[in-house]
Design a protein around this ligand. Structure first.
Ligand code: ADP
Ligand code: MG
Length: 399
């Protein structure tokens, strides 16, 4: 694969090393659990937190002779997400087997998409700042692809002193793997990217974005280079499950690589783990290549095909997304870009604000919602959904 550096604006944040400046390059593979009642290829429930092995059909347990049947709702969710990422929708895509052995993978392979994913190139606009002048800068981060795949089960090593247990509730749940281009240049950009992606899928209702429950997690690819040089060798930090940890893992990993290179060493391409307690990354294994997985089209599944009408129907029912909403708040209500950004960051906040602002001065409503309501909720560590004051009460109070 050839990689092209698509960033146009000059990167502003170099990391000073002992022998000069370095630039960090980041690409993210986000796994987002599809919001659906049942799994990608079976009718078993996807409910989180049920008793171990209670959401397992014969397909999920990989009993001999069982056949996967595609869940149409998961396909729709992937297409909606692709549309939300302004991405190319591929009307024909292929499911492949990715072969590897693991105790929590009873099939011995994961059904995924390799060469022909359901969604191709797209983009996410992130806003980074404020800089010293208080300005925010919009940066476009490229999306390489989005594909559908099965989640694996979960091994539990802490239930018995002598045995490991396996819970297959998650086995076969639909995931969207959303792969970015290596377009990010700082931990702040990476955090802004995940925050924005999470916001978009939550607006769309295609993933609940709950990182504590593992519904959204990221593999973080990091490399460093001298400004102006070609890309360096990357390390991939697996399964980081909070936005703060993503930032910490990048900072640590960039400094580790810079240290090695400045000592005259070289970077081994490898898979690493982030340890949140120590704030460091550790080697897990050397990096596997695609050919190690012996990908081949799953003979149990036909190519996935749909027509333009299928896509148009989904497009027609998409909700207004955060970027459009922000633009409308600035244009129609005269809000500052900053205020509009705060209000659209979560759909529930935007909905609350719009209910309060209806028929009154938008700027005044925005001030009261941001400074007083969100300020008070923040102090009480409460989400907007938990506010004891309903939008009509807040509106009446403002009146
Ligand atoms: P895989 O990790 O499965 O081999 P890819 O080759 O598609 O898959 O790359 C995965 C991710 O690594 C992408 O998000 C890409 O942007 C990122 N990436 C590729 N090269 C680099 C690099 N030199 N530095 C940082 N990230 C990179
Ligand atoms: Mg990878």
């Amino acid at each position: 694969m050839t990689l092209v550096d698509v960033r146009i604006s000059e990167p502003k944040r170099y990391i000073p090393g002992a022998t000069g400046d370095w630039e960090v390059i980041i690409g993210l593979e986000v796994h987002a659990q599809v919001t659906s009642n049942s799994k990608l290829f079976s009718g078993a429930s996807t409910t989180f937190g049920n008793a171990p092995n209670s959401n397992v059909s014969l397909v999920d347990a990989a009993m001999p002779g069982m056949l996967p049947v595609i869940n149409e709702e998961c396909v729709k969710q992937a297409v909606r997400t692709g549309l939300g990422l302004k991405a190319q929708i591929n009307k024909r895509s292929i499911f492949d087997r990715k072969n590897y052995f693991y105790p929590d993978l009873p099939q011995g392979y994961q059904i995924s998409q390799f060469k022909d994913p359901i969604v191709g190139e797209g983009q996410i606009v992130i806003s980074v700042g404020p800089d010293r002048q208080g300005q925010f800068e919009d940066i476009e981060i490229g999306i390489e692809r989005l594909h559908l795949e099965q989640d694996a089960g979960k091994s539990m090593h802490d239930q018995s002193p002598t045995m490991s247990y396996v819970d297959l509730n998650r086995s076969g749940v639909a995931l969207m793997e959303i792969v970015s281009k290596p377009d990010m240049r700082s931990s702040d950009e990476a955090k802004a990217y995940v925050t924005k992606l999470r916001s978009i899928v939550r607006y769309l209702g295609t993933c609940d974005g709950n990182m504590d429950e593992g519904s959204l997690r990221a593999d973080v690819n990091v490399s460093v280079r001298r400004p102006g040089e070609g890309f360096g060798t990357r390390c991939e930090i697996k399964n980081v499950n909070s936005i703060r940890f993503i930032g910490q893992a990048i900072e640590y990993e960039a400094r580790r690589q810079i240290g090695i290179l400045e000592d005259g060493g070289s970077i081994d391409q490898e898979t690493r783990l982030f340890d949140p307690n120590k704030g460091e990354t550790r080697s897990m294994r050397s990096k596997e290549d695609a050919h190690d997985y012996r990908y081949f089209p799953d003979p149990d599944l036909l190519p996935l095909e749909f027509d333009d009408a299928f896509v148009e129907e989904l497009k027609a029912h998409l909700p207004e997304l955060p970027d459009d909403k922000k633009e409308r708040f600035v244009r129609d209500l005269g809000l500052s870009i900053y205020d509009a950004s705060v209000l659209v960051s979560e759909k529930a906040i935007a909905d609350y604000f719009e209910a309060v602002a209806a028929g009154r001065d938008g700027k005044i409503a925005a001030n009261w919602v941001i400074n007083d309501l969100l300020g008070a909720l923040n102090k009480a560590s409460k989400a907007i959904e938990e506010t004891p004051v309903s939008p009509p009460s807040w509106a009446a109070f403002l009146t």
